[in-house]
Ligand binder design. Structure first.
Ligand code: CIZ
Length: 400
């Protein structure tokens, strides 16, 4: 039986605990889908990794910055100079002067960092197979074709792409008057898009689009699901013209595992518990929960809650586990008792981090992510718009 990397975690209902195996103990079948790295990096015990990574870091000094997305495992986060969600990290990347930006996240995040940084700076993704299955549900050719079909039916449409998408789709968005959004600013970006057009073409996550639009008062019967395998997404021209929100048929396999039953069970077992879920969850789950928010917003809400608070959280388990360790005075657990880490984020194993860092120490830049020059300007436009819109409406800016 082929084991997915997920099979490496051992969970125990609310006592979430998991063991990180040395890379040579990751089943070969699972490792086969990862990028191959030199044999001598496969057998390193964690003690050696935790000595050699800081040693390489200190040799590189301020020429290096390591960014760690919230979904990364603890063994990576401990070496990160900055942690956060993709919005916060994209701003951190843009603010760095370092020669090397090692992005412990996934491919679309490293692409974003490359677009936002200068040409002299190298953005490095430690494992090139660390991607996002949701982003892969929007292959650029399919989205381009769908956009062309939509244009045949109506010109009254603005594209908005979730950060979890290929750079070429960010470029398509930027070149057609749209903007990127993340889960922490989707409402601001969609509101902005509606100021410019009757309808929004939102990809690739249908749930983030639907949840955000519903909260803004757009009814479900004015939203259509665009199935790229069908002509015109499966809709008659009148249905497209009647719609306000056109949602690409994509989803996150981790967040769609959370269910209303899990929420009911949490409330039965812990009177007064707060349930907070990510907006990539399905609408019924978002409806049944107390709060909805991005990883950064989840972390802030828990941080700000008083000692003794109880939280059942619907997002990637690495973050939930870390929050529960950071706040031992609160009960914090993952809504799904058998949820496993995002299998693509999981591919940044410490051995990969060490391999790229020691490469840099030896003068070798490996796994550099470079967005093609014909794509980068359009992607930059869409990202700059997102930052501008988000910052212009931030409470700090408004108060200033
Ligand atoms: O925006 C991000 O970084 C993602 C992918 C999720 C989140 O809520 O942080």
């Amino acid at each position: 039986m082929a084991l997915a990397p997920d099979a490496l975690c051992e969970f125990d209902d609310h006592e979430t605990s998991y063991a990180i195996e040395p890379l040579d103990q990751v089943p070969a079948e699972a490792r086969d889908t990862w990028q191959r790295i030199p044999e001598n990096y496969l057998h390193l015990p964690s003690k050696e990794l935790s000595e050699r990574i800081p040693a390489a870091k200190s040799k590189l000094g301020d020429r290096l910055v390591i960014l760690g997305h919230h979904y990364q495992r603890d063994e990576i986060i401990r070496f990160a100079d900055f942690t956060g969600d993709s919005y916060k990290l994209s701003k951190s990347a843009a603010a760095q002067g370092s020669d090397f930006i090692v992005f412990c996240g996934v491919h679309f995040m490293a692409e974003t960092a490359d677009v936002l940084t200068q040409d002299r700076q190298a953005v490095i993704l430690p494992n090139l197979t660390a991607g996002c299955s949701m982003a892969d549900m929007a292959p650029p050719d399919q989205v381009r074709e769908s956009w062309a079909e939509l244009q045949e039916v109506t010109r009254e449409v603005v594209p908005v792409t979730y950060m979890n998408s290929a750079a070429s789709l960010k470029a398509l968005t930027g070149d057609n008057g749209g903007a990127v959004c993340t889960s922490s600013n989707a409402a601001k970006i969609i509101r902005w898009a509606f100021e410019h057009s009757e309808r929004v073409f939102f990809f690739p996550d249908q749930h983030l689009g639907r949840n955000t639009a519903l909260k803004m008062g757009i009814p479900l019967d004015r939203m259509i699901l665009w199935d790229p395998r069908k002509p015109y997404g499966g809709h008659a021209p009148e249905a497209i013209r009647r719609s306000r929100m056109i949602l690409w048929k994509g989803h996150c396999s981790v967040h769609t595992r959370f269910t209303v039953d899990q929420i009911r069970k949490a409330r039965e077992e812990h009177a007064g518990i707060r349930v907070m879920v990510h907006p990539e969850c399905t609408w019924d789950v978002v409806e049944a929960s107390d709060d909805v928010g991005s990883t950064e917003q989840i972390a802030h809400a828990i941080e700000a809650s008083p000692a003794g608070s109880q939280w059942a959280v619907g997002t990637e388990v690495n973050l939930v586990h870390r929050l529960s360790q950071k706040h031992p005075d609160k009960l914090i657990y993952c809504l799904d008792p058998i949820v496993c880490p995002c299998s693509t984020m999981y591919r940044i194993h410490p051995s990969y981090l060490l391999w790229v860092l020691e490469g840099l120490v030896g003068g070798r830049v490996v796994n550099r992510i470079q967005v093609a020059p014909e794509i980068a300007p359009g992607a930059r436009t869409a990202l700059d718009r997102m930052i501008e819109i988000t910052e212009a409406s931030s409470p700090l800016r408004a108060a200033a």
